[in-house]
Design a protein around this ligand. Sequence first.
Ligand code: GDP
Ligand code: IMO
Ligand code: MG
Length: 431
Amino acid sequence: MKSNIVILGTQWGDEGKGKIVDFLTRKFHYVVRYQGGNNAGHTLIVNNKKVVLHLIPSGILHDNIVCILGGGVVISPYGLMNEIKMLSELKISINNRLILSESCPLVLEYHVKMDIARELFLKNSSIGTTKKGIGPAYEDKIARRGLQIRDIYNDEILFKKLKNNINYYNSQFINYYKCSTVQYDRILKEILEFRDFIKNKIKDVPGLLQKLYKEKKKVIFEGAQGALLDLDHGTFPYVTSSNTTIGGVFTGSGANLKLVNHVIGVTKAYCTRVGSGPFPTEITGDLDSYLCMKGKEFGSTTGRRRRTGWLDLVLLSRVITLNSITSLCLTKLDVLDDLSEIKVCVAYKNMKNMNIIEDIFENINYSFLKPVYKILPGWKQSIRGITSFSDLPSPAQNYVYFIEKFFNHQVLIDIISTGPNRIDTIIKRDI
Ligand code: GDP
Ligand code: IMO
Ligand code: MG
């Protein structure tokens, strides 16, 4: 295993990143989250026990691992404290194993309220956010008014900024959204509880990462969401508010380029999306119900039903290039077990001029594009829990080979996931 790796989602999130980070973590020392907040939901299943993480990196189940939240991660104080409580009830201690950057912006009650108010206001054109306040919290960062962790240890700055921000938000709640306001005391209480709780966990994360580099410690950078939800490169405006693509690793943690040796793109064997927005290979009807039930496609954060679709190699190709992905991990292959035919999108047809499009580099208007499919035979037997590539039935092996051939063997599928448990994993090629 090369020393430091990035694990990022190549679709619209929920590719199974958490499971893969948990699986790989045993060979590492540190796991770093660099963007997103508790909009993420990463489900880990170990010895039939299920743990869903939102903010804490997916390495936490291994007790020798230290987890780091870089400055690009937006933090809900109650969200983080509740998650730590949930872990301690499962006898998983975070003592000396969780580090936060003092640059992390806080997600407070007014952000959540604003997220909900906006979604209601947008009615049919709503984004379908997780309503966790993520967009407004990142807006406050860009507008340079938001509270960062470093602010909460200086009473003068804390009281002043909090008051100003509450006034700013309340004026919009009253005048524009015509809804109730938020209370200063309540939010201050949350922050004060939080600052005591995390006071020994704050470190200079960019400095620490440099030190780890010199000491040759092994680090995984764990992405949240997926590349097609990236604020700049995703299906705008139906995206999240952070950079889920490779640049986010560096801005959101302070790591330098030398720290990353390998980028693993996690790809479901089909596709899902939760919330609104374009989804060219979307499936409807019985097949959608089948994939949804078999794949348990309900959001780990909001419980919403995920939309399903076929694997889209045109978009995957763009995501591979954009993120310098060096290796793929194909998850949920077992969900396709009962299908007699499996479609894969290999190009698009432009319905305006009937041209065939094989490459997409920019985020474009998908509404006039129709996917062109290659139909591959299914394997019609259970592959759940298989751990060796040679034990897969040949149509399943051929599905993997087909994808690799599509990318001219420049990027290979090195890991395959055949079930939700940590052990349901094939290492096809040891990276
Ligand atoms: P993440 O956000 O990318 O970490 O993905 P989620 O945890 O939100 O969603 C992935 C879901 O699929 C979770 O419920 C996992 O337990 C489950 N899962 C992961 N890998 C596999 C797999 O190979 N097969 C099956 N059947 N389920 C999987
Ligand atoms: P993980 O890390 C899937 C989606 C929301 C919505 C859009 C914007 O589990 O893969 P936001 O609340 O971020 O402003 O919502 O992004 N979204 C996700 N979809 N998995 C996620 O995270 C997501 N996080 C946000 O559904 O469409
Ligand atoms: Mg998820």
